[in-house]
Design a protein around this ligand. Structure first.
Ligand code: SF4
Ligand code: SF4
Length: 72
């Protein structure tokens, strides 16, 4: 369980391959209109980057903390 760690999908890059949905064992994603949505962010495991590194070939996945730590 992670309050401040969950994936954010960049839909301008997402191709809808659904590898991330198949990869994640924690039911974080659901599919809506052929694209993944982050339906259960609390299920994501803190500092896991599995779906980003192992599943998504399109650089479409970042994480909440990646954005929070940016200054602007
Ligand atoms: S980071 Fe890990 S736990 Fe979180 S959605 Fe991706 S594969 Fe699932
Ligand atoms: S793996 Fe990447 S491109 Fe494929 S559905 Fe997930 S976010 Fe989109």
């Amino acid at each position: 369980m992670a309050e401040n760690w969950y994936p954010i999908i960049d839909y301008s890059k997402c191709k809808g391959c659904l590898s991330c949905v198949e990869f994640c064992p924690n039911n974080v994603f659901k599919v809506e209109n052929g694209k993944p949505i982050v339906a259960n962010p609390a299920n994501c495991v803190e500092f896991c980057r599995g779906c980003q590194k192992a599943a998504c070939q399109y650089n479409a996945i970042t994480y909440y903390q990646d954005h929070k730590n940016r200054r602007c």
